[in-house]
Design a protein around this ligand. Sequence first.
Ligand code: HEC
Length: 122
Amino acid sequence: MRPFLLATAIGISLTCALTTLAGCGPPMPPSKPISELTPQEARGYQVFQQSCARCHHAYSEHGLRGPGLQHLFKHKYLPSGAPANDDRVSEAFLHGRGMMPAFGNKLDDQQVQDLMVYLHTL
Ligand code: HEC
């Protein structure tokens, strides 16, 4: 009885350690469906399609040319390790980062705001 319990306990902790390592962790809340976006979020979605979608998946964490952006603000940290907050995210795309071009001159203030609101739905 005892060895069996011990083996079970080890098995459970191993499984937890492995899923955490694999990044499975606790399940993330789902992204807001596109059909339920508010008008401002929907405008942000358009900005994303025009400027970001060729390099980033919005509804997957799998990388395209850049990292997948699903759950962007639901994680504590960005792929770079910076805290996942508005300042760091907007800084990344306004000034560019690594292979990502800067969008500071391509998007107006309204588009940036709409895009940020949309990114919060992911
Ligand atoms: C030409 C491809 C390309 C486009 C277009 C692009 N990105 Fe990126 N993006 C990247 C790459 C590559 C990285 C990884 C950069 C690195 O850390 O070296 C990245 C990283 C990021 C990150 C993570 C920053 C961090 O600190 O980890 C965010 C957020 C991001 N992009 C948002 C956007 C948004 C929003 C847009 C549209 C306005 C956009 N990107 C357009 C390629 C692109």
